[in-house]
Design a protein. Structure first.
Length: 135
């Protein structure tokens, strides 16, 4: 039980680090629109009309890969209930995504794609990978 609790904590931290790393370094690959101040919530909200579909790729990848890595790490560390723990990490990260969607005015299409595809499906894939060959 202690190892499963540790797995959840380490999974959340690992997923969060991946998410923040992609969000931090993603603009080096896909720069923000000219004149956009992405350093504050107000700046992000003001920049939304300037954003193109390509600008939503980095946050989607941050959410999907953060959920995937967190779920995979947690499921690999866990002693039992690996898939449940992986999906729990996915649900936890999805809750964060829902809270972010309520705080940051992104287009509805992005919020829907992000909530539907970035969290639970990637956590499920991670859980399947962690339990493959184990029945």
């Amino acid at each position: 039980m202690v190892r499963n609790i540790l797995a959840v904590i380490v999974g959340i931290v690992a997923g969060g680090l991946v998410n923040m790393g992609i969000v931090t370094f993603g603009p080096m690959v896909i720069p923000s629109p000219p004149g956009a101040d992405m350093s504050t919530m107000e700046g992000v909200a003001a920049a939304m009309p300037l954003m193109e579909a390509k600008h939503f790729l980095v946050p989607f990848l941050a959410h999907a890969l953060g959920s995937f890595v967190g779920a995979l790490v947690a499921a690999l560390i866990a002693v039992s209930h690996k898939m449940g723990i992986a999906l729990g990490i996915g649900a936890f990260t999805m809750l964060g995504g829902i809270i972010a969607a309520l705080m940051i005015p992104a287009p509805l299409w992005f919020e829907a794609v992000d909530i539907i595809f970035a969290y639970i499906p990637t956590a499920w894939i991670a859980g399947k990978l962690a339990t493959s060959g184990r029945g």
